[in-house]
Design a protein around this ligand. Structure first.
Ligand SMILES: NC(=O)c1ccc[n+]([C@@H]2O[C@H](COP(=O)([O-])OP(=O)(O)OC[C@H]3O[C@@H](n4cnc5c(N)ncnc54)[C@H](OP(=O)(O)O)[C@@H]3O)[C@@H](O)[C@H]2O)c1
Length: 350
């Protein structure tokens, strides 16, 4: 039996599908408010037998703070894929990001050891690979408050990785993956899939860049590392390094929108007082914290050299990936409009 946390997320759902297709028994974790219909619908993009595979999944509610229930969930489980995390750079989510990231990993690792789980895969982030450890430790030791170089999201991944290494030293077979920005389908209103919507709605973008990777590649590689029993290591998973402006331009070009406009870092930084006022009027402006500005203005470069030396792997290009997932997004939008229209017809009939 395999347990997947965050199985309703854009990555967790594809890892779950990959495992189910291989005939594995999967216990997939959700929360009482999770949207399972979104998961079921998005499976249509990945397989022609979406309902058949979806119905094979054992869905179960997960509460990371309830240690006893974690142990119950892990009964008969040999492998764990820990994908759950609050993926957010919104300052309002600061506590939740840290809490979900750190407490969930700590409690889950403890329960895994108690319940004799054999293999554990942790989904971290490529962003952790480029941190300055000294600055990070300084920020953590000062209760995350001084020198806000790193966002709570990156801090939570850094601390979680340390806990996973520790568990590995204590005898649990662990492997860490560090994916770049994941391009996937579903969860369109929250999570990272919103990125597509943001690039379409806003003409403004940032001067930095990062690595991207298709969710199908991340899922396939995660399962492959576990199958091949590659433990005690971490692997960056990145397809291509791209600038946000090029990514935005690619998406916008597909629907005939104009090229994006880049907001230079210096402009964003010097507009601090304006940002504060805007933040009071429109919450979105509050996203432009110092650490977020640094993050989106930096050019981060990652590669999968280490991974390619260990397992055979190929990647979808960013262009292919965008074509596929953006196409899925348009299908979703068209269905949404159709549903709204039919609702209106119903109201008119009333
Ligand atoms: N997306 C990216 O670009 C990216 C890049 C690198 C690494 N990663 C990492 O990859 C993993 C999966 O990310 P994703 O993009 O699939 O994220 P996502 O679509 O936002 O999904 C997050 C998942 O975590 C669950 N979750 C959030 N808070 C939880 C909590 N307190 N208790 C239990 N479950 C909780 C969510 O459940 P609900 O459905 O109930 O909300 C959902 O299943 C994360 O660890 C993320 O940090 C993501």
């Amino acid at each position: 039996m395999v347990l997947v946390t965050g199985a309703t997320g854009i990555l967790g759902r594809v890892i779950t599908l990959e495992l189910i297709k291989k005939g594995r028994l999967v216990r997939a974790c959700k929360r009482p408010g999770s949207d399972l219909s979104d998961v079921r619908n998005s499976y249509r993009f990945y397989t022609s037998e979406s309902n058949f595979f979806f119905d094979k999944i054992e869905w179960i509610n997960l509460d990371f703070n309830n240690y006893q229930s974690l142990c119950v969930l892990l009964k008969d489980v040999e492998e764990v894929y820990h994908c759950a995390a609050k993926v957010s750079f919104d300052p309002r989510d600061r506590e939740e990001v840290l809490e979900t990231g750190i407490v969930s990993t700590r409690n889950l690792l403890r329960a895994c050891r108690e319940m004799c789980v054999k293999k554990f895969l942790f989904v971290s982030s490529a962003a952790v690979l480029s941190i300055n450890k000294k600055n990070m430790e300084l920020q953590i030791n000062n209760n995350y408050n001084i020198d806000k170089t790193y966002s709570p999201y990156i801090i939570s991944k850094y601390i979680s990785e340390k806990m996973v290494w520790h568990a590995c030293q204590k005898g649990l077979n662990t492997v860490i993956i560090n994916p770049g920005m994941i391009i996937g389908s579903g969860n369109w209103k929250k999570g990272n899939s919103q990125m597509i919507d943001v690039f379409v709605r806003s003409r403004f973008t940032f001067s930095g860049g990062t690595s991207c990777v298709d969710v199908r590649d991340v899922a396939r590689i995660a399962v492959s590392l576990m199958e091949k029993n590659i433990f005690g290591e971490r692997f960056c998973i990145a397809s291509e390094n791209v600038l946000y402006k090029d990514l935005s331009a690619k998406i916008r070009r597909m629907i005939g929108l104009k090229k994006p406009i880049v907001c230079p870092k210096t402009l964003l930084k010097t507009l601090k007082p304006l940002r504060m006022i805007l933040g009071m009027i429109d919450h979105k402006a509050k996203f432009l914290t110092d650490e977020n500005i640094e993050f989106v203005s930096e050019r981060q470069f990652y590669d999968s050299k280490k991974l390619k030396n260990r397992i055979p792997c190929s990647f979808y290009s960013v262009a292919e990936s965008i074509r596929f997932h953006y196409g899925n997004y348009l299908t979703y939008k068209a269905n949404e409009t159709k549903n709204e229209d039919s609702r209106e017809v119903l109201y008119e009939a009333d």
